[in-house]
Unconditional design. Sequence first.
Length: 245
Amino acid sequence: MKYTVIVANNETDFGIKAASAFTQAVRQYDKPDVILPTGNTPLPFYAALREMRAKKIPAFFYRQLDEYLGLWAGHRKLFLEEMKRNLLEPLRIGASLSFNGAADPQGEFMRVVTAMKSLKPAKIGVIGIGGNGHVGFNEPGSSFFDGARIIKLAQKTREDNSKDWEFQDGPFPTHAITLGIRDLRELEQTILLVRGEGKAEILAKALTGPVTQDVPASYLQNQRNMTVIADRTALSKMPGFNPPL
Ligand code: PGA
């Protein structure tokens, strides 16, 4: 397995390094489709992109990675709403595929599967890793051959993600829609973003442990062209990791 690790010294540095790796990847294509993540990890990355002059960001189309199901339209915790606030609206970026988390789940699933058939595989994907090793919402047990589908959220994911959920947000979702690991394996370039001590153990397990469906992110060990952008705490449990300060 070969990949490049870029060590971030702080949050701002993380964002700048991620934005730089990302724009470098996008520049290699003509308006590529890119998969982008939500959650806390990528926030400095989006902040850095917003700081760059829009002119300096090569054109691309956003393809959604995952989304909660069963929330109301416009719910502030819908990933698409977050993406609109953090990136799509400030930088006027269009989407080649987005999910409607407020639609009837089965109908939305059918629409997404049909849409995916008419789309070429995305070229670039920026992804994060969940505390249980999920990627997108491919929870432990997901096959590396699965495509887009509806998934029941794992208990660990519900615990982690409901931490910043407020009373007015209503009950935390039980299900989500996600692109599959099959879709992620097709990427030509993968940028993995990882921040914080809480991810150290799972990152080491994913990249240096057995390749297994129990740790969905372990598929990354066979991924071509991967760049890992991580802070020191996230890298602290990687065997042999000891970069100079
Ligand atoms: P986080 O989520 O960035 O909020 O930790 C990552 C994930 O669950 O994939």
